[in-house]
Design a protein around this ligand. Sequence first.
Ligand code: XMP
Length: 510
Amino acid sequence: MILILDFGSQYTQLIARRVREARVYCEIHPFNLDPEKIRAMAPRGIILSGGPASLYDSGAPDIADEVLELGCPVLGICYGMYVIAQHLGARSAGAQAREYGPAMLTIDRPDPLFARIGGSQHQVWMSHGDRLEAIPPALFAIAHSANSPYAAVCSDDGRLRGIQFHPEVAHTPCGAQVLRNFVLDICGEPGDWTMTGFIESQLQALRARVGDHDRVLMALSGGVDSAVAAVLIHRAIGRRLKCIFVDTGLLRAGERQRLEENFGQRLGIDLDVVDESALFLQRLAQVIDPEQKRRIIGHTFIDVFEREAARLGGARFLAQGTLYPDVIESVSFKGPSAVIKSHHNVGGLPERMRLELIEPLRELFKDEVREVGRRLGLGAEIVEREPFPGPGLAVRIVGEVTRDRLELLRRADAVVMDEISSAGIGGSLWQAFAVLLPLKTVGVMGDGRTYESVIAIRAVESQDGMTADWARLDPALLARISSRITNEVRGVNRVVYDITSKPPATIEWE
Ligand code: XMP
């Protein structure tokens, strides 16, 4: 495995994704992970991430000397490079060397890190406040940029390397190859981590852990993660897996029926559907604040689930479709970045239930989970499913959630889903949905003045939801969506299209 030590960069997860794309297993841990633990993990290589800190800050995050002395290759990215340089005795220059954006990298000496990328000039992405002003004798430069005399460095023994630029972001076109070179050639990883191997080892592990008699309880949400986890567990232990689906009343049109058909009928999973829409609505009455909505929905969900679990009785395990990004968020030294939204919908459930937790997907990224789903025979309608927030339509109704506003949004949203699906472009979009705004505007219908609600359409392209761009939808498609919504959904007289990327906006409106 490759160990990634996180100094809090917003891009740390991307490093891990690139490494996984090279079919190499990797894990992210906080920068201050105990060196003894690192030794026990026996990583084939270590990557030190970037981070927001400045080396000039007092108490700037640092690693123990032992980490660099384990004997495996180490690659420091941005802040990670300064850390290496400092351990070898460097001085750094101050904030006048700030550099954010594209830069041209010139490779000055051949190095395995830059194998197979062609040429000596490469566009790279910089994002740093400090830069290395002088390097210690144990290091030599292998590349520079206009602004950074030491844009890439290597130690005399060829074991430690540092790069100023960010190879993990798409704006560094040669970056994926640079990381491949590091993990495959320099660290000697075989690059044979596959999803088929993953499924086999998980099935064995699940059977061994659950044994022949115990039962597993799980909440199905309809999303990809819980679906794939459920099918995997079902394959391991059959009907000793019991699934519960809580209908919060905050779902998109037709969701509950789709779930019953797919899981209950088609896959033969033991599934109970509990309709608690009235309870959720009642607890959401007059709540405006998005985070408060999330909290209320999370707590209510736990209440309902606990009650159902008690009613069913007798399970020893609770399964969850936790993915690696959720795990990283909780281990990272201060989260991958500031918490913008609390996405941990049912945080606290396992602690409260006193059940043992089973999370078969906790090592995987989303694209890997989809691959597992495909290999388990799940169809595209489940595996390619667009993400849907746990708090559901509640965070797509800006302002108060009421039964009427939910109904209105659901109808407008159904038009969006229908048109996107007819246009056959769902596969190229990360998400496409309707949002109900808390304002009314004036319109004219027939000969009369109207004063009604506004629906915003959001459609984005994204690799992972962390950044996103608004989709350049065909104007004819937008026109059909707009005209159908204003014609078919009573109470809406205006439709707008959201043309903001993330950042600065987020994908959801709340
Ligand atoms: P944002 O709005 O933060 O969304 O750009 C990024 C991705 O996360 C989804 N999202 C959520 N998912 N619970 C979830 O399970 C939430 O509270 C939540 N809020 C946003 C969003 O749909 C997008 O895919």
